[in-house]
Design a protein around this ligand. Structure first.
Ligand SMILES: [Zn+2]
Length: 308
């Protein structure tokens, strides 16, 4: 079976103001890079509000709907904008995460990558921030737990920014283990090691500016993977940001494309050992277009190798 690629043209309809780093061209570059690959291409559905209510209160979902501008932009916070196409994009992004879980847990795909925007890991329970509207990776985890009845889901986040939203949404969820590495100090400022979740279910791994591939690999190998192994997840959700790349303009880590390939391959090996290889990966950040495209392709190629 092939790795599934879930996306939708609506995700290109989420427009941000000129000069904004989270721009349409990001997804265009990602899709172009994935074009030659032999993937099971799936049209992402719209999420249902019942899905979104697993992570956000009805009042927040209504606020997002009500914020949609008829033209131009609505500014939700200093960094987070909506254009007329943003609501459909956000519902497709969340819908991709849900559908990917259904496919992987239903045996339709061994693993899946969601090429989506807006990203999701900064969206908190009732706060849009950091370019994110709905918490796509936390939604994937909750859907697996509550709809499919799993007992343990791990969310691994290697975006250079702390996944404060995922942490917030899963803080009090003992069935979810959140492991996240991030540059520190860096926006949004959270992600200290003493942020451990209500049930000790969050592991924060801050990395100093300048951290390169060798140090990153040691941290994930020595800190993250033993924890993941002892948790024994039944599904692994990856919050796949590629802005720890050395060329990224928003941060100062020094990962190379092959570091993303290494990390993905290691996660795939653990998934093979622990949960029949079941992985759902969702696109987060990455703001140098060429680095983003190359690292995303390397990530998806590792998922494909594991699917064979
Ligand atoms: Zn990021």
């Amino acid at each position: 079976m092939k790795t599934a690629l879930l996306t939708h043209a609506d995700c290109l309809g989420h427009v941000t103001p000129t000069g904004h780093p989270e721009r349409v061209a990001r997804l265009e570059h990602v899709l172009h890079a994935l074009e030659p690959l032999d993937l099971n291409r799936v049209t992402a559905p719209l999420a249902a509000d019942d899905d979104l209510r697993r992570i956000h209160p009805e009042s927040y979902i209504r606020d997002i709907r009500d914020a949609l501008p008829a033209e131009g932009f609505a500014r939700l916070d200093p960094d987070t904008f909506m254009s007329p196409g943003s609501l459909d994009a956000a519902y497709r992004a969340a819908g991709a995460a849900v559908r990917a879980v259904d496919m992987v847990l239903g045996g339709e795909a061994p693993n899946a990558f969601c090429a989506i925007r807006p990203p999701g890991h900064h969206a908190e329970t009732d706060t849009a921030m950091g370019f994110c509207l709905f918490g796509n990776p936390a939604l994937a985890a909750k859907h697996a737990l509550e709809h499919h009845g799993l007992d343990r889901v791990a969310v691994l986040d290697f975006d250079v920014h702390h996944g404060n939203g995922t942490q917030d949404l899963l803080w009090d969820e003992p069935r979810a283990l959140v492991i996240t590495s991030q540059q520190m100090p860096l926006w949004p400022g959270t992600g200290r090691p003493d942020e451990t979740g209500a049930h000790g279910n969050v592991l924060n791994l801050p990395l100093a500016p300048g951290t390169g591939g060798a140090e990153m690999r040691a941290v994930w190998r020595d800190r993250a993977f033993p924890r993941l192994r002892s948790f024994r997840p039944e599904l692994i959700v990856i919050s796949a940001g590629f802005d720890a790349h050395r060329d990224d303009p928003l941060a100062n880590l020094n990962w190379e494309t092959e570091d993303f390939a290494w990390l993905t391959a290691e996660i795939c090996a653990l998934a093979g050992e622990l949960c029949q290889g079941r992985i759902v990966s969702t696109l987060e950040g990455g703001y140098d277009l060429n680095a983003l495209a190359a690292a995303t392709r390397a990530h998806v190629e590792e998922l494909m190798k594991a699917a064979r």
